[in-house]
Every structure is written in structure tokens, then in C-alpha cells.
Design a protein around this ligand. Structure first.
Ligand SMILES: [Zn+2]
Length: 143
């Protein structure tokens, strides 16, 4: 991969990280409102569940984008973390944070446990992101 390409990917990933951080910060206030109306309350609960699952997805994407930025720094970007082959440029263009080549990704999707024990993910242990309160805090019943 040329330096130019690396610069481009770094710019894309940096922008994604900024965007996701912004999104996540906005979601920080997932509101927990109590309503006397049962139907409203059920609806609010499902909206909350949706917001939490979106947040979860955004966190994952953020973690992946940050890990990809670290791989740019340590020189392993664009190399499959499983088999050490180059990740196809088309795949990287579509998924800049891809850490596996398409073949290993397929295998991982089919058999997630297997690949996790083979591959090591040092970056996942360095994740220092805090989960916002709204996700951790259990829903409390109104007094
Ligand atoms: Zn691979």
C-alpha cells in the first residue's frame, strides 16, 4: 500500500471516529421517562431498546475504526490479522476498518469462536472507552 493510500485511509477513519464519537455523545442522554400510560411506556421501552442497540453498533464501529487507525500506525493496516495476506483494496475501500481478508471474515462469520481463539486482538484489551451511564444503568421502577 502506498503512503498516499494510507493517508487517505487515515483521513477516512479519523473522520469516522469523530463522527461516531459525536453520535455517541448525542445519544448519551437516552432518556428514561415514566409514563402513566402503559402503551406509551411500552413504546418508550422499545425506543430505548432500539437506541441501546444502535449505540452498541456505533460502539463496535468506533472500536473497529480506532483499531484500524492503530494498525495504520503500527504498519499492519491492510494485512489480514488472521492469515497475514493482503486485504483486497476493494474490500478496504468498502470497509476501511476490515481486519480480516474476505476469506477469513467468511470463516469468522461462520465460526466466530474458532477464529477468536486463533487470532489475538491486543487492541481490544486497550479499549478505554467508557460505556455511557444510560447503557449500564438498569431501568428503575418509579417510586
Ligand atoms: Zn485472511
Amino acid at each position: 500500500m502506498t503512503n498516499n493510500e494510507l493517508h487517505r485511509f487515515r483521513a477516512i477513519l479519523t473522520a469516522s471516529v469523530a463522527e461516531l464519537e459525536h453520535l455517541i455523545r448525542q445519544r448519551d442522554g437516552i432518556t428514561i421517562e415514566r409514563s402513566a400510560d402503559l402503551l406509551e411506556e411500552v413504546q418508550a421501552a422499545s425506543e430505548r431498546a432500539l437506541a441501546v442497540s444502535n449505540l452498541d453498533r456505533e460502539f463496535n464501529k468506533l472500536r473497529n475504526a480506532r483499531a484500524a487507525l492503530r494498525r495504520i500506525q503500527d504498519g499492519s493496516f491492510g494485512t489480514c490479522q488472521q492469515c497475514d495476506e493482503d486485504i483486497h483494496p476493494k474490500r478496504l475501500a468498502a470497509v476501511p476498518w476490515a481486519q480480516f481478508c474476505i476469506r477469513c471474515q467468511d470463516a469468522a462469520d461462520r465460526n466466530p469462536e474458532e477464529i477468536q481463539t486463533v487470532a489475538h486482538f491486543p487492541e481490544s484489551r486497550r479499549m478505554d472507552l467508557e460505556v455511557p451511564d444510560a447503557v449500564q444503568r438498569p431501568v428503575r421502577k418509579a417510586a
